[in-house]
Write a protein that binds this ligand. Structure first.
Ligand code: ADQ
Length: 466
């Protein structure tokens, strides 16, 4: 079996406790452990003029290669092009996109630095799997250095429609970079359509059924691989939480009230201000829910080095304060707002207690919280998932109450409906969602992508003219 090489911007070291690491990190480590393999990425350290000499060590069957970056390049790459340009662009927030040539150059330099450091560690028949928008040019840089083996890329965030994507000055260069992969994985079929439409209409690529593309001398494939969660582990954690000290404290604090929960990184793509406003609207328009429902929003601070994230944080603090100021009673605080991470087991307990899971992003590649909420429910008395139509997860979660996150009153109405929903309907909707969560786990996702990357290009049909 060919060796697997995973490349991601940040590498979670084996020392990080599994309970804290996300499902993705655990699943990737498992895939590497099975085949034996290399995990390569940035160590999190910077040093002026950093050398392309990674720190290499082994843990079990996995070799780790950790790279140091120059601080100015790291800033241009991470806070600059990746999170100041590509993140808002891919989340349809053109007003927040900044484009500076110096950032674009820094982004490319970091990818080149990655390639130079990685190349000496590669064998010709390795399967290389690159993760996310920080590393789109990596295959180009490896090809320039002469690597001809299989390289795949998975884009964890949405791929925007051509009308939005074309506002990126470097749009054509970035798609040329994508063409250097053998397999490009996106979250949903509509992301795939968006990218293929751009390729056939803007850069005159040739398409064949199955997402096969010919672009100049390159042949590659674009396909959807919707990511899943470790469903079994979540079910297990949620079951184990029943009767735990934490669950008892949570129940006691709710004093019989229903709980609506949101868990999101503090990010402007997640639609948090609108979610808070919808909860305020529920309390305003349906006064019967006052004192009978509590909302809990868990939102660990993220990317504090980017200005938009700091202003979002201030906006949310103000909104939470005004909702609580307006509606709180001496024995009831309507909105509990927490800015810190929790262990997976604690999250599972909170999800299971919540009558409503509120997932309302303005745009999201997939959204794993939606799936985690479903997995953690008690099958006999499950809660209701309220889900944005702009999350990739909506394709699979047919049992959710689907909302438009721009429609605050519509979201408030969905909350009202969810609070009144009869048990029978809750069970039916939950079952439909749970079937998908159980059948498309993170393990299937990993295996599926790796097996299609291993045979990429062998199955390509003849291309059709554009
Ligand atoms: P994210 O934007 O981070 O991921 P999401 O898919 O919801 O969004 O994953 C967040 C993960 O972090 C979940 O597993 C959640 O449990 C965890 N998490 C959130 N808050 C937490 C807290 N307070 N404590 C502990 N854990 C917390 C990106 C894309 C998504 C895509 C994923 C995976 O933006 O669209 O689904 O990658 O591809």
């Amino acid at each position: 079996m060919a060796r697997l090489v995973i490349v991601s911007n940040r590498v979670t070291s084996p020392k990080e406790r599994a309970a804290k690491a996300g499902g993705l990190a655990v699943a990737l480590r498992e895939a590497l452990g099975k085949r034996g393999g290399l995990w390569f990425g940035w160590s999190g350290e910077t040093e002026v003029g950093a050398s392309a000499e990674p720190k290499v060590f082994r843990s079990g069957r996995i070799t780790y290669g950790l790279l140091t970056l120059d601080p100015e390049d790291q800033r241009a790459h991470y806070a600059g092009y990746a999170n100041g340009t590509l993140w808002p662009l891919c989340h349809y927030r053109l007003g927040l996109v900044s484009f500076r040539r110096a950032d674009w150059e820094g982004y490319r330099r970091v990818n080149e630095h990655f390639a130079r450091a990685l190349l000496p560690m590669l064998k010709p028949d390795d399967i290389i799997w690159v993760h996310d928008y920080h590393l789109i040019p990596l295959a180009s840089e490896l090809r320039k250095l002469g690597f001809e083996g299989r390289i795949g890329y998975f884009h964890h965030i949405p791929w925007p429609t051509p009308a939005v994507y074309l506002s990126l000055p470097s749009h054509a260069a970035l798609v040329q970079d994508l063409s250097q992969y053998d397999l490009v994985g996106l979250q949903t079929e509509s992301d795939v359509r968006a990218l293929l439409t751009y390729i056939s209409s803007e850069v005159r690529g040739w398409l064949a059924p199955g997402g096969f593309v010919t672009l100049g001398p390159r042949r590659f494939r674009v396909a959807a691989y919707p990511i899943g969660i470790d469903a079994e582990a979540f079910v297990e954690d949620a079951r184990a939480a029943v009767g735990s000290e934490e669950m008892k404290r949570l129940h006691a604090s709710l004093a019989g009230r229903a709980l609506a929960v949101g868990v999101d990184r503090l990010d402007y793509s997640k639609g948090l201000p609108n979610k808070f406003a919808a909860f305020g609207e529920l309390l305003k328009s349906w006064p019967e829910h006052r004192s009978t429902v509590t909302m809990m929003q868990i939102a660990p601070v993220s990317r504090g080095e980017v200005a938009e994230y700091r202003s979002l944080r201030r906006e949310l603090e103000e909104l939470a304060g005004s909702i609580n100021g307006e509606y709180a009673e001496f024995d009831w605080v309507p909105l509990r707002y927490l800015n810190r991470p929790f262990q997976r087991a604690t999250l599972a307990a909170i999800y299971r207690t919540a009558r409503i899971g509120l997932v309302t992003p303005l745009r999201d590649g997939m959204n794993l919280v939606a799936k985690e909420y479903v997995a953690a429910q008690d099958p006999k008395d499950p809660g209701v998932l309220v889900l944005s139509r702009f999350a990739g997860a909506v394709d699979e979660m047919s049992g959710a109450l689907i909302i438009n996150p721009y429609d605050v009153e519509g979201m408030a109405e969905a909350l009202h409906t969810a609070l009144l929903m009869p048990l029978e309907e809750r069970r039916e909707r939950w079952r439909a969602n749970m079937d998908k969560v159980e059948s498309n786990t993170i393990h299937h996702w990993c295996e599926h992508f790796i097996s299609e990357l291993a045979t990429a290009n062998e199955t390509a049909p003849d291309p059709l003219p554009p």
